[in-house]
Design a protein around this ligand. Sequence first.
Ligand code: SAM
Ligand code: DTB
Ligand code: SF4
Length: 332
Amino acid sequence: MEKQSGGAVGKPAGKLAGASAGSLRWSVSRIEGLLNLPFSDLIHHAQLVHRQHHDANAVQLSTLISVKTGGCPEDCGYCPQAARYRTNVENQDMLSLDEVVATAAASKAQGASRFCMGAAWRGPKQRDIDKMVEMVSAVKALGLETCATLGMLKPGQAEQLRRAGLDYYNHNLDTAPEFYGEIITTRNYRDRLDTLEKVRGAGMQVCCGGIVGMGESRHARAGLIAQLANLDPYPESVPINHLVQVEGTPLHGTAALDPLEFVRTVAAARITMPQAMVRLSAGRQEMPDTVQALCFLAGANSIFYGDKLLTTDNPETERDKSLFDKLGLHSM
Ligand code: SAM
Ligand code: DTB
Ligand code: SF4
C-alpha cells in the first residue's frame, strides 16, 4: 500500500490543514479543532480531501448478515445481543452454510460488493473458526469481497480466516479510551488493539470504527477519530455508527445527539483518513435523507445495504435506491 499521509492532502488553507506532511500522528486537540470549525469550512475541507482521493458520487455497498445471534457474554452497553440485557432479540444458533451462501448470492444480485458476517461472540472457538472458514470461502467463490466481525481473535485465528479468503476483519474501537469504561467492562481497549494487530499481522484489511451518540462529548469523538487515524496504517474501512437505541440496553434513553454532530464526525474521519472508505453505518433507518445527504457531502462513501443490520432495521433497498437517484449517487 502506498504510504498514507495524515492530512496535508487537499490542503485548502493553512489553518485547516491536519497533521504536517509525512507525519502519521493526529493529536486529539487538532481533531477537536476540525470538529470546532464553522460547519461550512469543515465540510469544504472534507470535500476537498474526498474529491482528491475518491469519486465523490460513488458509494460502496456492503451487506450484513448475523451468522450467530444473541446470547453474547459481553456487556457492551449499546448491544441488543448481550445475554445480560432483556431485549427482544431471539437467540439463534449458527446459520447453515447454505443459508449464508443464499443470502450472499441475493445481496450480490442486489448490487452489494462486500458481504460481512457477524457473530455475537466474545471471540470464536476453534469449531466456530472451522465453520467460518467454510462460509468465507463459499462467499468469496461468489465473487464478493468478504468481511467478518467475530470478536477478539486468538493467535493463529486471523491466519486461518485469511487463508480461507477473508478480505476484511471488522473490529471497532467503539469510542475514545477515556469514555470506553462507561460502555464496556468485559474487554478493554488494549484487547481491541491486540485483535487489530493480529488482523494486520495476518495480512488482512482492517475495518475499524466506532459509535457516535452514546452520550460522549465532542472531545471524546475527537479522541475516537484520533485513535483510528493514528493506527499505522489507518484502517481501510471506517464504519461510523450512530447508536441505534434498543429497548432493554443500558444506553436506551440516552439523550439524542444533534445530527450535525454526527455529520461533523464523518467529516473528521474523512479528513484524517483520506484514502479510507468511510462507512455511514448503523443508524440510517432513523436518519432523514437530508442528514444522510450531508454525511455523503462530508465524505462518507460506503453504506450497509439491505433491510437488516445484524438485529435492527436498516433502510429498505427501495428507499436507498430512491435516495441514490435523488442525490445522483451510484454504487461502486
Ligand atoms: N461480537 C463481536 C464484537 O463485538 O466484537 C462482533 C459483532 S458486534 C455487534 C459489531 C459492532 O456493532 C460493535 O463493535 C458495535 O460497534 C456495533 N454495534 C452493536 N450494537 C450497536 C448499536 N445498537 N448501535 C450502533 N452500533 C452497534
Ligand atoms: C459496524 O461497525 N456496524 C455493524 C457492523 N460493523 C458489524 C453492526 C451494526 C449493528 C447495529 C445493531 C444491530 O443491528 O444489532
Ligand atoms: Fe457481544 Fe459484540 Fe454485542 Fe458486545 S457488541 S455484546 S461483543 S455481540
